[in-house]
Structures are given as C-alpha cells and as structure tokens.
Design a protein around this ligand. Structure first.
Ligand code: OAD
Length: 283
C-alpha cells in the first residue's frame, strides 16, 4: 500500500524523468507520482465548471460495509441470482431475507467515513455538483451531502410489494429478525427493501437525472466502483463522450482504467481528504 502520510512534504518536479526516477527508490517514486496525481486532481476540480462523483461499494468499505466483487466480496460467498434477483424474490422472498439477516443489515448502524465526508465538503465548497451513487446505505446523506442521486435505491426504506406502502427499515428490525418474510401491517403483502434487485429497472427519475448530470459535467470522479453493472457502468463513458475528464479513485486496478485521465490507487478515505486539503491550501 502506498503511504500517503508524507505526501505534502514532497517535491513533484521531474519525478517522471528517467534520470530522476533512476536516482530514487521505487517506493518513493510511487509516493511522488501519487502526490503529483493528487495535486493535479485538486487542480482539475478547482478549475472544472461542473463536477459529478459516481460512487460504489468501495467508498463505504472503510465504514465496515462489504464490497460485492473481489476475493472477499459478497458475491464470492452468495450467488446474486439466488439472493438478489427480482425473479428469485418473486418466487421465494425467504432466500433474500435469509441473506439480509446473515449480512446483518450493518448499513443501518454504519457511520460515514472520511471519504463520504470529503465529498460532502466538496459540495459545501461548491466544487461538487452531484453525487450519483450505486450504494443503498444512505451514508452520503448522513455525511452531509445534499445533492445525492441514488440509482439503486435505499435500504433504509422497505416497500410493500402489494399495496406499495413504505416504511423505515429501522422501524421493523425486530420483525426482520423474527419473521421469515416481514409482512405489511396494512395488507399483509411481503415487504421488500426499496433497493434495485438484479432484473429490475432502475428508478427512471433518478437515472434520467444522473444521465443529465453526467452529460453536463466536465469532470467525473468515480470512487470505489468496479463498474461491472449496467447501466451505471455506462455513465463514465457517456461523460467522456460528452467531453468530461475522468478520474478514478480505487484501491485496485479496474477493467475500465484505460478510460481515465487520472487514476489514484488507494483507500478513498485517505485520498479524498488529501484532495480536499490540496484544494483548500493551493491554487
Ligand atoms: P464492487 O464490489 O463491484 O466494486 C468495489 C470497488 O471498490 C472495487 O473496484 C474495489 O477495488 C474498490 N474498493 C474497495 N475498497 C476500497 C477503498 N477503501 N477505497 C477505494 N476503493 C475501494 O462494487 P460496485 O462497483 O459498487 O448492485 O458494484 C456495483 C453494483 O453491483 C452494486 O450497486 C450492486 C452490485 O451487485 C445491485 O445490487 C443492483
């Protein structure tokens, strides 16, 4: 893992030249390059007209929430077609609720981390127009972000599949623990969290707004997403075609790195606060 703690003490000039590079150890060179990328990203954000962020499960990893893909991801232990598709939910909602109980609904008690807070600060500084999120944990709003577009719904609400009545998930946690499939007080229908399962269309208003924001952005910052699920995965490409520059902050290499103008590898909870700090103190 790259150490970021001393980044702001380091010079950047010449760090990519062969002569200079050969003279410094690889680890230090990585730090210089990361520092340089952070400063460049800060500069891009400061001078962009309209910035949007697109976030995925990785931004909530430092709040203790699991990601979906990768070695320890949820989908390496559970088959999403069985536990998280609308087809299987319609056939037998018990499988979904079993899975929900097993993962423990940890997002109900999770707290926003430094990455969520940094994006909320960027909004307050008027440097970030919207956060478009694939996450259903509500942590951006709890960090203080006001302009959040949730394209996969929000697990903080449950909805009756029969009469469409809504209620807050926290009000029925006892029943989730007790009942195989929690049912609606009003009509007895099966309750389903207000999130998009595989095979369901995205909420039209939210996705249309996301498309509009992406098309009018001149900078898109993707944070902690593998971009393996469509249509969310198409958003950076649409932004790029509309002329935006693309930044990725992710702890790993991803399949879409080639699309990016800047890529910083590392934990979002360390990198995003550095970027905010750089915007505050420079340029
Ligand atoms: P993934 O699990 O596919 O990807 C998470 C990304 O976060 C990976 O690229 C990790 O490398 C990265 N990551 C992990 N920890 C990080 C950290 N601390 N800082 C920065 N990056 C980190 O999650 P999503 O891309 O969000 O959909 O998945 C998209 C959709 O697939 C989800 O919304 C969900 C899922 O199936 C539905 O359920 C409909």
């Amino acid at each position: 893992m790259i150490a970021y703690d001393k980044l702001f003490l380091m010079p950047t000039s010449g760090c990519k030249s062969t002569k200079y590079s050969a003279a410094i150890p690889t680890r230090a060179r990585c730090r210089l390059e990361a520092y340089s990328a952070i400063m460049s990203i800060a500069h891009e954000i400061k001078h962009a007209r309209r910035v949007v962020a697109l976030t995925g499960a990785g931004i909530s990893a430092e709040s203790g929430l699991g990601t979906f893909r990768g070695k320890d991801g949820l989908w390496s232990k559970y088959d999403p077609a069985v536990v998280a598709s609308i087809e299987s939910f319609t056939r037998d909602p018990r499988k979904f609720w079993e899975f929900a109980r097993e993962i423990g609904w940890i997002f109900l008690t999770a707290k926003p981390n430094a990455a969520h807070i940094a994006l909320a600060e960027l909004e307050t500084m008027k440097r970030l127009d919207y956060v478009i999120t694939q996450n259903v944990d509500g942590l951006h709003q709890r960090a203080g972000s006001k302009r959040v577009i949730e394209i996969h719904g929000n697990a903080g609400r449950v909805i009756c599949t029969r009469c469409l009545a809504e209620c807050a998930t926290e009000k029925i946690v006892d029943r989730i623990a007790r009942e195989d499939v929690p049912s609606c007080d009003r009509c007895g229908g099966s309750l389903k969290p207000d999130v998009i399962l595989f095979g369901e269309p995205l909420p039209k208003r939210a996705f249309d707004l996301a498309l509009k924001k992406v098309k009018s952005a001149d900078l898109l910052i993707a944070v902690g997403t593998s971009l393996e699920v469509y249509p969310a995965a198409s958003l950076p490409e649409i932004a790029k075609k509309s002329g935006a520059r693309i930044i990725s902050i992710d702890s790993e290499r991803t399949g879409w790195d080639d699309l990016c103008d800047y890529k910083v590898s590392g934990p979002a909870g360390e990198i995003l606060p550095r970027i905010v700090q750089a915007i505050r103190i420079t340029f």
